[in-house]
Design a protein around this ligand. Sequence first.
Ligand SMILES: [Mg+2]
Length: 215
Amino acid sequence: MTLRPWARRFAVGTASAAALVAFAVPADAATPTADTSAGTATTAAVAASAAAVDYATWQRDCQAVMDQAMPYLKQRIADTRPGEKQAIVFDIDNTTLETDFGFSYPQPANKPALAAAKYAQDRGVAVFFVTARPGIISGVTDFNLTYVGYKVSGLYVRGFFDLFKNVADYKTAQRVDIEKRGYTIIANIGNSATDLSGGHAEKTYKLPDYNGQLS
Ligand SMILES: [Mg+2]
């Protein structure tokens, strides 16, 4: 069968977007001990998301965490000290984007996280994203975050040598870098333990990962 030019373009575009998402998914799923081969991780992530939880439950669980975070964030932002540059650090996959639920590109925002980010960014708080996604997809990730409403003050992706580091150590090092740039990290929000360990944030808020089943 011969595709008409527009149909062929659509087919290629669809394939590319699917490949992009498939490539994006295993990045945060990778842990120092996991099988990080793309095919295995992608299959595992898809299977896990299907088995772990339905979308409505996930959204309700995320909302419950952000309902706890918001009163603190509102108070802490209102109490900004003179000269203080406040920042919030977010994980990306299944924290700020619906990675394991939104099989499209751009991926939709995780709405409870977006609401918190918008509250903060509208009040001058810098919003940083620290992800285990590899640097090669930095551009599409930045576009995706901006497209769905995040104001990206900085995006930290893993460089080649970071791929050999423990994910928690890598993410902690990025928060140290943000602090070196003069920011006070008032909150660090993620859905994996490796997003949040290591300090360098006044508060941490953990969204669900259902025992590691969501990246
Ligand atoms: Mg995540």
